[in-house]
Design a protein around this ligand. Structure first.
Ligand code: UD1
Ligand code: MG
Length: 456
């Protein structure tokens, strides 16, 4: 059977008090709408169409690598109107359409698959995901007939006193037979408390036409929607717990799961230990046997096996195996750190490669440089890569010893097996096998203190 999905994402989300469209707010480092799209894909739904309106260009940009199509809803006249705007997408299709909203990212692949299954097996023309909750305030209510079949959905603001008491709510997530849905869309009106075209009204229309309707209840935390920052935080907590539990089940130790923030797309191999205060983001991969001591942020980076990191920031870079990073290191984008290397305290590496077994232990800046294997950087080395106008490159060969407090004025080359004396400012090539000293010679004035009458 052909399956497609619509994701409603045209609203602004006024209560977020944000310039960003609501569906682009992130939950566990991924835009809410992208969570929903990814869940549709995992549920084997072929075509996904996103209904955009407020901030359309931004939503398009944020979803550009997701292979989805778009329908434009210029004015937000209600969820029914939003689906109408996707008529072009639905017309001529034969099968089912799953309808979800871009502001409810907790929906799982299992539930989407179950819904479609439930819909098919029950031979329904419409299936609704519902939940039974203690406080249904604000939600549309599922109104059932005496034989418990679904009669209609009534929005909170349109409920009678009796209807308000119903605590089975509409999740805003459905599965429809495409042809039946298309026929009903034109029949909904906006004669209601909010003057909007409600999508849930098609349920009542289906009922009147004798079409079979199913309702499938799921745990409430799968359908939690985000309308405010408080709800964004609540949803993030649920998502984070799920992500962390998945990693723990796969063999990662989290010393304190509640204070470990792992993005939705992060991959962690087994036998890694993560201490509190770590934030792992983007498409980061942590290989096996690593120890992430407290308080690091690692984004879009690959960390090799048996690496230890502490209180450091690593962005868009790779770190080789058995290397140690930190405390207090800053590895900036496009850096590649080799195996068994050391990037120590107060070291910043920017757009540079550092070879295997090279040690950069303390207080050093390396930018736009290629550094070979087995080098040792003394404390306080600075690669002077910027002349005020442009950045220049420094190349350092293998097994070089860079003395403490050295400046390497780029562009400059330090060849293999060299020594640089502490305190040197290097401006010319240091040839292979040589020692370079580039500092003023020491002058000693014997007896000077006494002569000056300064002796204490
Ligand atoms: C909707 C349901 C309600 C259900 C609740 C669950 C309707 C009328 N009501 O109410 O029964 O209990 O979800 O959370 O559908 N949107 C558009 N275009 C529009 C209007 C909305 O794209 O013209 C999008 C919004 O961006 C949002 C989603 O549809 O992502 C839901 O709209 P919202 O206004 O939040 O509906 P609710 O009042 O929550
Ligand atoms: Mg809502």
């Amino acid at each position: 059977m052909y399956k497609c999905a619509l994701i409603l994402a045209a609203g602004k989300g006024k209560r977020m008090k944000s310039d960003l469209p609501k569906v682009l707010h992130k939950v566990c480092d991924k835009e809410m709408v992208n969570h929903v799209i990814d869940t549709m894909r995992k549920s084997e739904i072929e075509n996904v169409n996103v209904i955009i309106g407020k901030g359309a260009e931004l939503v398009k940009e944020a979803t550009s690598n997701k292979n989805v199509s778009y329908s434009m809803q210029e004015e937000q006249l209600g969820t029914g109107h939003a689906v109408k705007c996707a008529k072009d997408f639905l017309e001529g299709k034969d099968g089912v359409v799953a309808i979800f909203t871009g502001d409810a990212p907790l929906i799982t692949e299992a539930t989407v698959k179950n819904l479609i299954d439930f819909h098919q097996k029950g031979d329904y023309k419409a299936s609704i995901i519902t939940a039974v909750i203690d406080n249904p305030e604000g939600y549309g209510r599922i109104i059932r007939n005496e034989d418990s079949s679904v009669k209609k959905i009534v929005e909170h603001k349109d409920c009678t006193v009796d209807e308000l008491k119903v605590n089975e709510i509409n999740s805003g997530m459905y599965c429809f037979d495409i042809k039946s849905l298309l026929k009903s869309l034109d029949k909904i009106d906006n004669n209601n408390a909010q003057g909007e075209y409600y999508l849930p009204d098609v349920i009542g229309i289906f009922k009147e036409e004798g079409l079979k309707i199913g309702a499938m209840a799921v745990p409430f935390d799968e359908i939690l929607g985000v309308n405010s920052r408080v709800q964004l935080s609540a949803v993030s907590k649920v998502m984070q717990r799920r992500i962390n539990e998945k990693h723990m089940e796969n063999g990662t130790t989290l010393i304190d799961s509640d204070s470990t923030y792992i993005g939705a797309d992060v991959v962690i191999e087994s036998d890694t230990i993560i201490y509190p205060g770590n934030v792992l983001q983007g498409e980061t991969v942590i290989k096996t046997g690593c120890i992430l001591y407290p308080n690091s942020r690692i984004q879009d980076s690959v960390i090799g096996k048996n690496v230890t990191v502490q209180s450091s920031v690593i962005l868009e870079s790779t770190v080789g195996e058995d290397t140690t990073v930190g405390p207090f290191a800053y590895i900036r984008p496009e850096s590649k750190i080799g195996n068994k290397a050391r990037i120590g305290d107060f070291v910043e590496i920017k757009k540079s490669t550092i070879g295997d077994n090279t040690k950069v232990s303390h207080l050093t800046y390396i930018g736009d440089a290629e550094v070979g294997e087995g080098c040792n950087f003394g404390c306080g080395t600075v690669v002077v890569n910027y002349d005020g106008k442009a950045k220049h490159k420094t190349v350092i060969g293998n097994k070089s010893f860079i003395g403490c407090n050295t400046n390497l004025v780029s562009p400059v080359k330090v060849e293999d097996n060299t020594y640089i004396a502490a305190g040197s400012t290097i401006t010319n090539t240091v040839p292979e096998g040589s020692l370079a000293i580039a500092r003023a010679k020491q002058v000693v004035k014997e007896g000077w203190v006494d002569k000056k009458g300064l002796l204490k």
